[in-house]
Design a protein around this ligand. Structure first.
Ligand code: PEP
Ligand code: MN
Length: 390
């Protein structure tokens, strides 16, 4: 994927006093007292540079608390005056942007429910034309990196160059221990495409509860995320939104003290050892690719052989044997059952595609039909043997 976004480096407009750089504050602004006392607690923590609070809350059901609205912006102005913290709010409509800019909010953010909708993002981008304000873009609800990038591009086209992406996890149909599955590969891909873009993690919305905040924050740092957004409430038990995932300022301090900051690169001795291990990996990967190519050549042979003998066999026993045998072998060598199954499933899928291609090839007459992307009719359970040709 090719894309270019003009980005001003984070350190040029938000220098960190202490690492990791933290944006913290309540899910929602609820009262002036709640906002100010939370901010007072946070201002004592050197890593916290920005105070967050939702003023307009996108809620699932209309009868829920939908935020205090405009009056919350005056409380945020007080936070800034009294603590020196920068302030940020979520904006979902052009009207929100205008109000926030009028009240001197320092940074805006687009929430996961807004980013999924290019119409909303475009409207917000248009009203931001010419404004020199930083904007943070949360990942969309669904795991679609393109729509996340699209939102960053729309803002950039309006001249917004102080951009941060916020990874808050994804709605996922499978049950996971998280409220929103982190799918770390997606923010990592975003960082790979835009190395100059800062990506923060929002462990509060990923976890949905407080018990997993520390390991999830640690993982974010170990994966070189550039900062954290964490929900903090002076009395989490009374919070009107996201009650289960908020912590107190003291708990945030404890959490941050518990994080281990690792170096991105080390001493010469360390780098040499790492280089040695990496070249071993390179060699093994080369062998792995070679073995896969060999396996596929044999798959093609089997296809041709079956075709020549006009045989189509549903080899239930064979596939069950492969799974059983390879999983056992892998487990004995310390690999997880899930990993081997996933790997076999991928190899099997490609094998089927190649055999289908060989079997359907009309020699000398028509060109080979394109193989289908997925030969499984519904889902791709590795145990589905109906289409097994191997
Ligand atoms: C929030 O930050 O409180 C919020 C609503 O987040 P998200 O858009 O990630 O759900
Ligand atoms: Mn929240």
């Amino acid at each position: 994927m090719t894309s270019q976004i003009k980005i001003q480096s984070l350190s040029s407009w938000l220098p960190a006093a202490a690492l990791p750089l933290v944006i913290a504050g309540p899910c929602s602004a609820e009262s002036e007292e709640q906002v100010l006392s939370t901010a007072e607690g946070l201002a004592k923590i050197p890593q916290v540079m920005v105070f967050r609070a939702g003023i307009w809350k996108p809620r699932t059901r209309p009868s829920s608390f939908e935020g205090v609205g405009k009056k919350g912006l005056r409380w945020l102005r007080k936070v800034k005056q009294e603590t020196g913290l920068l302030t940020t709010v979520e904006v979902a409509k052009p009207g929100h942007v205008r109000e926030a800019l009028d009240h001197g909010v320092d940074i805006l953010w687009l929430g996961a429910r807004t980013v999924v909708n290019p119409f909303s993002v475009q409207e917000i981008a248009e009203v931001l034309q010419g404004a020199d304000i930083p904007v943070m873009v949360k990942n969309p609800l669904n795991p679609d990196i393109k729509i996340w990038i699209g939102a960053l591009e729309r803002l950039n086209q309006s001249g917004i160059t102080k951009l941060i992406a916020i990874h808050r996890g994804f709605s996922f149909f499978n049950r996971t221990p998280y409220r929103n599955a982190p799918m770390w590969e997606i923010p990592i891909e975003l960082k790979t495409i835009f190395p100059e873009l800062s990506v923060f993690s929002d462990p509060s919305h990923i976890c949905g509860e407080t018990g997993m905040l520390l390991p999830t924050s640690q993982k974010a740092l170990d994966l070189e995320m550039d900062g954290l957004m964490i929900e903090v409430h002076i009395r989490p038990g009374e919070a009107l939104t996201d009650r289960e995932q908020q912590i107190t300022p003291d708990q945030l301090k404890e959490l941050l003290d518990g994080l281990i900051l690792r170096e991105e690169s080390g001493t010469v001795e360390f780098e040499n050892k790492l280089e040695e291990l990496r070249s071993e990996i390179d060699k093994l990967d080369e062998e792995l690719v070679d073995i896969l190519a060999q396996r596929m050549r044999i798959i093609d042979e089997i296809g041709k052989y079956k075709k020549k003998n006009n045989i189509t066999i549903l080899q239930l026993k064979r596939w069950n044997h492969i799974i059983h045998d390879r999983v056992n072998a892998g487990v004995k060598l310390g690999l997880s059952r899930e990993f081997i199954l996933k790997l076999l499933e991928t190899v099997h899928e490609v094998s089927i595609q190649r055999q289908t291609e060989v079997m359907n090839r009309k020699e000398g007459l028509n060109p080979t039909p394109e193989p289908e992307e997925n030969n499984y009719p519904d889902g791709n359970d590795a145990h589905d043997t109906r289409y097994d040709q191997e």
